[in-house]
Design a protein around this ligand. Sequence first.
Ligand SMILES: NC(=O)c1ccc[n+]([C@@H]2O[C@H](COP(=O)([O-])OP(=O)(O)OC[C@H]3O[C@@H](n4cnc5c(N)ncnc54)[C@H](OP(=O)(O)O)[C@@H]3O)[C@@H](O)[C@H]2O)c1
Length: 229
Amino acid sequence: MTPTRTALVTGANRGIGLGIAGALAARGDIRVLAGARDPAQAEQAASEIGGGAVGVQLDLADPVAAAERAAAIEAKHGPVEILVNNAAILTEGSALEIGSEELTESLTVNAVSPFALIRVLGPGMRERGWGRIVNVSSGLGTFADGLVGPAAYSISKATLNAVTVSTARALGPAVKVNAACPGWVKTGMGGAGADRSVEEGADTPVWLATLDDDGPTGGIFRDRQAIKW
Ligand SMILES: NC(=O)c1ccc[n+]([C@@H]2O[C@H](COP(=O)([O-])OP(=O)(O)OC[C@H]3O[C@@H](n4cnc5c(N)ncnc54)[C@H](OP(=O)(O)O)[C@@H]3O)[C@@H](O)[C@H]2O)c1
C-alpha cells in the first residue's frame, strides 16, 4: 500500500511515541515523520519504525524554534495531516517543592510547544479540509481526578487539555483535535512497575490519529472512551 497521509509524531525515539509511530506506519497508508530532539536518534527510530518512516530533528525546549522546525519539516516533506504531540517531561515534586523554573520548563515542553506545532500545522489541515491532532495527555492533568500528579506535570497537562479544547474549537470540524490518556505504561517515564505495555498505551492515541470523519473532536479519551476533564 502506498502511504496517502503523513503523520508527525514528537518524541518518537522511545516509549509510547515509538509505539504510536510504529503502529501508524504498520497500517501501510501513513508515512511517519519520526521526531526526536537528537538527530541520530530520529534516524535510528525511523529505521526501527520502518514502512518508509523518516527521522526529523525536533526539540520542544523552545516553542519559537520548534515552530520554525515544524514549518521547515513541512516545507521539505510535504503537508503534515496528522500531528501527534507525544513528547513530554515529568519533573517530580509537589507545588512547594518545585520552583517557577521547573514549572516553566514543563509548561514549555508539555503544552506551549505542542500549541506552537498546532499553530503552524493546523491551519494547513483546515484549508485542506482534513486533519487529526492528538495531544498525549494524562489523567494526572484532569481536574476530575484532582491534578494529583507531580505539580509541574499535572499543571502542564491540564494546560495541554485546555489547548486541546481551545484549538479544537478554532480548527474544527474537519480537523479533529483530541487528548489521550494512555494509562500507566512501562516506559522511561512510567517505570517498570506500570501495568500497560507500550502497544496498549499507544492504542487510544493511534485511534484518535486515524478517526473517521464522524469521530469526536475536543475531548479526552482513555481506552477509546471519553473521560472527564
Ligand atoms: N508512561 C506513562 O505511564 C504515561 C502515563 C500518562 C501519560 N503519558 C504521556 O505519554 C507521553 C509519552 O510518555 P512516555 O512514557 O513514552 O515517556 P518517555 O519514555 O519518558 O519518553 C518521552 C519522550 O519525550 C521526548 N522529549 C522530552 N523532552 C523533549 C524535548 N525537549 N524535545 C523533544 N522531545 C522531548 C523524549 O526524548 P529524549 O529521548 O530525547 O529524552 C522521549 O522521546 C507523554 O506525553 C507522557 O506525559 C505517559
